[in-house]
Design a protein around this ligand. Structure first.
Ligand code: ADP
Ligand code: MG
Length: 226
């Protein structure tokens, strides 16, 4: 099954009277279970693409099918629901709520569901190695632990797609490697994962590298596995 299929996906922004073309017609297909790195220089459209794929933003042109469903026809309400049910988002700056414990942060996305989550908060936090940190608040956790909480929060609704925008950008290199090992492990379990990164060492851990420049895909390569 194709989790992602875009055709001519475009996003322009109006800045005063100037049009900024952040994405200029991207055709991208991602099959279920793929582990993809999106690379490219600053300003090449990586975050814009990830936000569109994550239904955080709407395209100004082209089509996007998420798990076979056309996203551009959805109402705002349906789009929000699609995002909640199908997508886990991991940000560079973790985006945890400081006044909530690790467990409460992970529980948050389940509160908007119509059906109970099939995995418990404790189970998911345990799976990312935080069984003994459930009651800690973000400021009582290291950067790496905070990102693990963010990954658990992204996983709790069992999304079809995990999206990460520079997830190791705020971490030291050793903690960044641990984070990649965790994501690689999730990939082995069958999760579909897209990571935006500008670090070669991170991209090397993925199985496919898509490069953007000036809002266009300039290369799309599968990495050989040793
Ligand atoms: P990257 O993540 O690769 O660094 P972005 O996707 O953030 O790049 O941005 C791509 C281009 O679109 C940049 O030129 C940026 O200035 C522009 N852009 C992004 N978001 C906005 C916005 N909300 N308003 C205007 N221009 C934007
Ligand atoms: Mg960016």
């Amino acid at each position: 099954m194709k989790v992602i299929e875009t055709r001519g996906l475009a996003r322009k922004f109006l800045m005063g009277s100037t049009e900024v073309h952040a994405l200029r017609g991207v055709d991208l297909s991602v099959e279920q279970g793929e582990f993809v790195a999106i690379m490219g220089p600053s300003g090449s459209g990586k975050s814009t693409l990830l936000n569109l794929l994550g239904c955080l933003d709407r395209p100004t042109g082209g089509e996007y099918l998420l798990a076979g469903r056309p996203v551009q026809d959805l109402s705002d309400r349906d789009l929000a629901q699609m995002r909640q049910n199908q997508i886990g988002f991991i940000f560079q700056s973790f985006n945890l709520l400081p006044q909530l414990s690790a467990a409460e942060n992970v529980e948050l996305p389940t509160l908007y569901r119509d059906q109970p989550a099939s995995r418990s908060v404790a189970e998911v936090l345990t799976s990312v190695g935080l069984a003994d940190r459930m009651d800690h608040r973000p400021h009582q956790l290291s950067g790496g632990q905070q990102q693990r909480v963010a990954i658990a929060r992204a996983l709790i609704n069992e999304p079809v797609l995990l999206l990460a925008d520079e997830p190791t950008g705020a971490l030291d290199s050793k903690t960044g490697e641990e984070m990649m090992a965790l994501l690689a492990d999730l990939h082995k379990k069958g999760n579909t994962i897209l990571i935006v990164t500008h670090e070669e060492v991170i991209a090397e851990k993925c199985e496919r590298v898509v490069k953007l420049r000036d809002g266009e895909i300039v290369s799309d390569e599968r990495l050989a596995r040793a």
